[in-house]
Design a protein around this ligand. Structure first.
Ligand code: S3P
Length: 184
C-alpha cells in the first residue's frame, strides 16, 4: 500500500506489467504453460477454452457441431473481451483466437508469447484428443502454415516448443521475459 502525497488518499499497489497472453497452434502447451506461469507470477489465470465451456455449459466440439466455426469464433471473441488486457494476469488463448481481427485488436497492448510448434510435433501431441474439432482436418500442415505469420507478427516473444518437461519451457519463458514481470 502506498499513499499519494498530494491527496493523502491510499492508492492500492497495482501490478505494472501488461497481461501475458499465450498463443500458438493446438498442442503447443498454452494452457499448461499458462497455468504454471500464472502460479509462478502469483497472478490470475484465464484460459479462453475453459471460459467458453463454462459460459455455455457445452464442450468445444459440441459448439462446433451446433454452430460451426464462425459462430464459435464470435463466442470466443466475446469471452476473450471479458478478460482481455487485464494487467498483471495471464491468458491462454485457443489456437485460432488470434485469427479474429477484433480479438487481435483487443490484445494489442498485451505481451504476447508465441509458442511455436512444428506440425509434426503438434500432430503427435494431439493424436489422441477427441475434443479438438480441427485436429483431424486433412490440411493440418496448411492450417498451421496459414496461421504462422499471424502468430509471429502478433508476438512480443517467440519460444520454440521442444520435447521437454513443461517446467523447463517455463524456465525458458521466465528467462526471456523483460525486467518488470515479477510476482505480484
Ligand atoms: C482451435 C483450438 C482449440 C479450441 C478449438 C479451436 C483452433 O484450442 O479453441 O478447438 O482453431 O486451433 P487449443 O489450441 O487449446 O487446442
Amino acid at each position: 500500500m502506498t499513499t499519494s502525497a498530494d491527496t493523502n488518499v491510499d492508492v492500492q499497489e497495482r501490478p505494472t506489467w501488461p497481461q501475458i497472453v499465450l498463443t500458438g497452434f493446438m498442442g503447443a502447451g498454452k494452457s499448461t504453460l499458462g497455468a504454471l506461469l500464472a502460479e509462478r507470477l502469483r497472478a490470475p489465470f484465464y484460459d479462453s477454452d475453459t471460459l467458453i465451456e463454462a459460459a455455455t455449459g457445452l464442450r468445444i466440439a459440441e459448439l462446433f457441431r451446433q454452430g460451426g466455426e464462425a459462430s464459435f469464433r464470435e463466442l470466443e471473441h466475446q469471452v476473450i473481451a471479458s478478460v482481455a488486457a487485464k494487467p498483471g494476469s495471464v491468458l491462454a488463448l485457443g489456437g485460432g483466437s488470434l485469427m479474429h481481427p477484433d480479438t487481435r485488436r483487443l490484445l494489442s497492448t498485451t505481451y504476447i508469447v508465441y509458442l511455436a510448434i512444428s506440425p509434426t510435433m503438434a500432430r503427435e501431441r494431439i493424436a489422441n484428443t477427441t475434443d479438438r474439432p480441427l485436429a483431424r482436418t486433412a490440411n493440418f500442415d496448411e492450417l498451421l502454415n496459414l496461421r504462422e505469420s499471424t502468430y509471429r507478427s502478433a508476438a512480443s516473444l517467440i519460444i520454440e516448443v521442444r520435447d521437454e518437461e513443461p517446467t523447463k519451457t517455463l524456465a525458458r519463458v521466465i528467462a526471456s521475459l523483460p525486467d518488470g514481470f515479477n510476482p505480484i
